[in-house]
Design a protein around this ligand. Structure first.
Ligand SMILES: NC(=O)c1ccc[n+]([C@@H]2O[C@H](COP(=O)([O-])OP(=O)(O)OC[C@H]3O[C@@H](n4cnc5c(N)ncnc54)[C@H](O)[C@@H]3O)[C@@H](O)[C@H]2O)c1
Length: 280
């Protein structure tokens, strides 16, 4: 991999890198697939919904890229094993692993069942772990690697009715630290990119109501949702050659949401009279 400006899409800074993206069928994973493709990577697209990665692959092929589709459920360890065997067979092993696959369903704590708990933990923790483990084996053989797990601000602060999801995403941050420590001797870094709400299909259902959105956006100092591009820049940074001494980190991409403790009227008062609030 060359040391080039990873932000500039015209520079092939991931040329010939084999990059697996789970959950690449839509949202953040789909966006990342295009970003790595334009920068020269050999992109491997995974998703549980096969039609989604075929459609993403068609779009990338129309732009002259050559992605590979690897449909699999990351919660099913036999499917994960077969996917990594195929990667080894097709291109000799992975250089960059990105876990974007994830799933959330809101349920009050008192209604959580064993089945629900197992489902949420499987997609958001067990699957990413076993993919990471298989990726590590291939990267150790190649003597280099970059792993980026998509976490969430929900793994750092509580969100109502998302107990299991929050627990899984919190665990992802420590999983990255543990893996970072064990894999550092092999030139492999492991980091987490943890967004707040990102504009895309995941959130369509929540933000359709303009009144709700207007209330929500006041809790975000940046005054907007994240775009896929905001998340992607952090992922490209962690994946870049120059980020080799940065490992075990979680980088929040949240427009300042976690840094801010909004009070009921603080936002309006700041806008109306900044000095008054400063002096309070
Ligand atoms: N969108 C947000 O606001 C937001 C905020 C914080 C964190 N995240 C995290 O970012 C990641 C991507 O989110 P997104 O917005 O792109 O979601 P998305 O729902 O648009 O895309 C996720 C993709 O993962 C796939 N997937 C789900 N289960 C899978 C499985 N078992 N095996 C393989 N693929 C599977 C889905 O089919 C889907 O195509 C997730 O890990 C999510 O937790 C998203």
């Amino acid at each position: 991999m060359e040391t080039l400006n990873y932000i500039d899409p015209t520079q092939p800074c991931f040329r010939d890198c084999n990059v697996l993206i789970t959950g690449a069928g839509r949202g953040i994973g789909e966006y990342l697939a295009a970003q790595f493709s334009t920068r020269g990577a050999n992109v491997l697209l995974n998703d549980i919904v096969e039609a989604r990665i075929h459609s993403v692959a068609d779009k990338l092929r129309a732009q002259g890229f050559h992605p590979t589709t690897l449909p699999a459920d990351i919660c099913d360890l036999s499917q994960v094993e077969k996917m990594f065997e195929k990667i080894h067979h097709l291109c000799g092993g992975l250089d960059i692993f990105i876990n974007s696959a994830g799933f959330a369903k809101r349920l009050p704590l008192l209604e959580v069942t064993e089945e629900y708990w197992d489902q949420i933990l499987a997609v958001n923790l067990k699957g990413p772990f076993f993919c990471l483990q298989s990726a590590a084996r291939q990267m150790i053989d190649r003597g280099w690697g970059r792993m980026i797990l998509i976490g969430s601000i929900g793994g750092h602060a509580a969100q109502k009715n998302l107990t299991a999801y929050g627990a899984a995403k919190a665990a992802i941050a420590l999983l990255a630290k543990s893996a970072a420590v064990e894999l550092a001797p092999y030139n492999i870094t492991v980091n987490v990119v943890a967004p707040g709400a990102v504009s895309g299909p995941w959130n369509d259902q929540f933000f359709q109501d303009p009144e709700y959105f207007a209330r929500w956006v006041k809790t975000v100092p940046a005054g907007r949702m994240a775009a896929n591009e905001d998340v992607s820049r952090a992922v490209l940074f962690f994946a870049s050659k120059g980020a080799g001494y940065i490992t075990g980190q979680t980088l929040f991409i949240d427009g300042g949401k976690l840094a801010y403790v909004p009070s009921a009227d603080a936002y309006e008062r700041v806008v109306a009279n900044p000095r008054e609030v400063e002096e309070a």
